[in-house]
Every structure is written in structure tokens, then in C-alpha cells.
Design a protein around this ligand. Structure first.
Ligand code: NAD
Length: 336
């Protein structure tokens, strides 16, 4: 057994805490040795909980921690690129949560920084690691659905929606939610290039915030150069659970992926039959999140990224940016 990879966590919020726990408790070949978060006590509290030796409020201090080999970046999206560049310059292997960047210039800057430092860069499109999605892609690769013609990917976050819309950055539905679906659609249509994007979006969950530019519901169509057409959709408040699905229909058949039911246990009683549903991403995707970080740990050793790369993050971002333009101009946007 090789020596465990020494990992640092940057950002100890909701998903960072979960990723930290994955490294500390669910992976055998990695050690979580340091955590950084500027919020008072955020890093220290998580470090206490996970028995991690060092907590910092400054990212530079974490990057200087002796023996640190790899970092997980789980800060809010607007900080990703700068922190990523800083970590690359410090020579660390990088796992960055999505979106890696909010502009193409920043995406290029991130990719260039990792390349010139010679460090692996993997991005947090965790659906690729979910067993159903991975098997769907394997079936497509094996030619079992023929040539893809219609693709579908959807994200319905669990309701009731309880966040304060005023604290959610503009265009989050594209930058942070549907970006997963864009990566999934690109990945499930291997070799095809997106050529046109059209999006509609609205505030249907919180119409009282529509005037502020808040959007909680969106439908996107993406046309590809192999003739196939994809639809992505999102809504922030599915009252029945956390509903993530994908579908690829082709000349030879169809694959469907994702199930909102927690398990195959079905209750039959006087009301009929019923199932429990997933309520949180960190429950639904434990296997996928763990597999993606196991892969990152391997990449930290081999410098070979098996999962989504900086270029993949850029490709998904390009669609998100086209969606924003499409909603703003109310027209389809050709991709160059
Ligand atoms: N892949 C997924 O399924 C998934 C799920 C949830 C969130 N995310 C992504 O992860 C990122 C974080 O989301 P979250 O819900 O955990 O947010 P959060 O607000 O709960 O946590 C962010 C944390 O980062 C800290 N922080 C802020 N600036 C920092 C900096 N410069 N350096 C270090 N730490 C900093 C904050 O104090 C906070 O503790 C977002 O980009 C989000 O889109 C991905």
C-alpha cells in the first residue's frame, strides 16, 4: 500500500465539509491534513470534528503546510479561479468544485496555470461517477443505443425552496445548477460538438423575486453537430425530493439514468404503495462523490486525470454563458 496522499481542504462550508469527511473517513489512501476557511472557526470546527491537525483562515498558510500534496477547492464559485491559480503555483494537485470559472478568460487562466505547473486538475462534475450514469455512458460507448438523437438531463433540487433569493448570485441556475447537466449532456454525446443553445428561464418558485433577476426554473435546448438535440431543465423546488435524471435515445435504443427513489423498498398499505425519495445531494451521491475523490487521489499520484478536466469545465461553461445570452436576448445563440 503506497503512502496516503496528503490532502488540504479549502472552503469548509456545506459541500467542503462533506468532501472533507469523505477524505478523512471514506478513503483509505488519503489523509486530510489541513483545512482553510476565512470564516471565523469554520476550519477549526471541522478540523476538530474530523481529527485534522491544522486549521487556517488564510489559503496561503494552508498551501505552505509541510507535506501537503493535493487540495480540494470548495469555496463559493466566484473565488474558484483565483484560489485554483494560487494552488497551481504552489505545485498542488487540484480538485475544484464546479463551476471552475465564471468567464472563459478565467477558465483559460485556470487551465494554463495547472498546465504550466504540471499539476493535475479535476473538476467536480460528480454525476459522471454515479453508477447509473457511468453505466449509461458505457452502454453508449458499446454502441448499444446507436447514434444519439435525443438527450435529456434534469436537475430538480429538493423543495420546499428555503434559501433567501437575495443571497443567490445572478444566473446561478446556469452557472451552478445546470452546469452539471451541460457537462452530462456533452459527456453522454461523445465526440459531438454543441452548435447552438437556446434557453428560457423564469422565477416560478419565487415570482416575488423575478424583478431582481432571480431565476429558479429553466429549460435549455442544445443542438449538436451530429444532428442530435438535447434538453436540460432545472427547478429549485421539487417537493417530492432531489430528482436527477438523464436519458439518451438513439438509433439503436435508449438508456435512462437516475431514480428519485431512495431504494427499491416499496411500502404497500391502505393508501396504496409508496417509496421514500432522496432529499439531499450528499445522500443521493455518496457513492459518486466518493468515487470522484478516489479518482482525484489516484490523479494526485499519477498526474493522469481520469474524470472531468479543466477543458471539460470550460466546455460546460461555454453553454452556461450562451444560456445567459439567450435569456437576455430572447434568441438562440450559435456557438463558435
Ligand atoms: N458538485 C456538487 O454536487 C456540489 C454541491 C454543492 C455545492 N457545490 C459547489 O461547491 C461550491 C461551494 O458550495 P457550498 O454550498 O459548500 O457553499 P458554502 O457557502 O456552504 O461554503 C463555502 C465556504 O467557503 C468559504 N470561503 C469563502 N471564501 C473563501 C476563500 N477565499 N478561501 C477559502 N474558503 C472560502 C466560506 O466561508 C464557506 O465556509 C460552489 O461552487 C457550489 O456550486 C457543488
Amino acid at each position: 500500500m503506497p503512502k496516503p496522499v496528503n490532502v488540504g481542504l479549502i472552503g469548509a462550508g456545506r459541500i467542503g465539509s462533506f468532501h472533507g469527511e469523505t477524505v478523512a473517513r471514506r478513503l483509505v489512501d488519503a489523509d486530510l491534513i489541513a483545512i482553510a476557511d476565512p470564516a471565523p472557526n469554520a476550519a477549526a470546527n471541522l478540523a476538530d470534528k474530523l481529527d485534522v491537525e491544522s486549521a487556517y483562515t488564510d489559503v496561503a498558510d494552508l498551501l505552505a503546510h509541510p507535506g501537503l500534496e493535493a487540495v480540494i477547492i470548495a469555496t463559493p464559485a466566484r473565488f474558484h479561479t483565483n484560489v485554483l491559480v494560487q494552488a497551481a503555483e504552489a505545485g498542488k494537485a487540484i480538485f475544484c468544485e464546479k463551476p471552475m470559472a465564471l468567464t472563459l478568460e478565467d477558465a483559460d487562466r485556470a487551465i494554463a496555470a495547472a498546465r504550466s505547473a504540471g499539476v493535475p486538475l479535476q473538476v467536480g462534475f460528480n454525476r459522471r461517477w454515479d453508477q447509473a450514469f457511468a453505466e449509461g455512458r458505457a452502454a453508449i460507448d458499446a454502441g448499444k443505443v446507436g447514434t444519439p438523437q435525443l438527450l435529456r438531463s434534469l436537475t430538480r433540487d429538493p423543495g420546499p425552496f428555503g434559501a433567501d433569493p437575495a443571497r443567490i448570485p445572478l444566473w446561478t441556475i446556469f452557472y451552478e445548477t445546470l452546469i452539471h447537466d451541460f457537462d452530462t449532456l456533452l459527456w453522454l454525446n461523445p465526440g459531438a460538438q454543441p452548435v447552438e443553445v437556446s434557453a428560457v428561464a423564469d422565477a416560478l418558485v419565487r415570482p416575488d423575486f423575478r424583478e431582481n433577476g432571480f431565476l429558479d426554473t429553466a429549460v435549455v435546448t442544445v443542438r449538436f453537430d451530429n444532428g442530435s438535440v438535447a434538453v436540460a431543465e432545472a427547478n429549485f423546488s421539487a417537493l417530492y425530493g432531489y430528482d436527477i435524471r438523464g436519458e439518451v435515445f438513439g438509433s439503436g435504443g435508449m438508456v435512462t439514468m437516475g431514480d428519485v427513489r431512495r431504494s427499491s423498498m416499496t411500502l404497500f398499505d391502505k393508501n396504496g404503495l409508496s417509496n421514500d425519495t432522496w432529499r439531499r445531494d450528499t445522500d443521493h451521491f455518496v457513492q459518486g462523490y466518493t468515487a470522484q475523490l478516489a479518482s482525484f487521489v489516484r490523479a494526485s499520484r499519477t498526474c493522469k486525470v481520469e474524470g472531468p478536466t479543466g477543458e471539460d469545465a470550460r466546455n460546460a461553461l461555454k453553454i452556461a454563458l450562451a444560456c445567459i445570452e439567450s435569456v437576455s436576448k430572447k434568441q438562440a445563440i450559435p456557438l463558435r
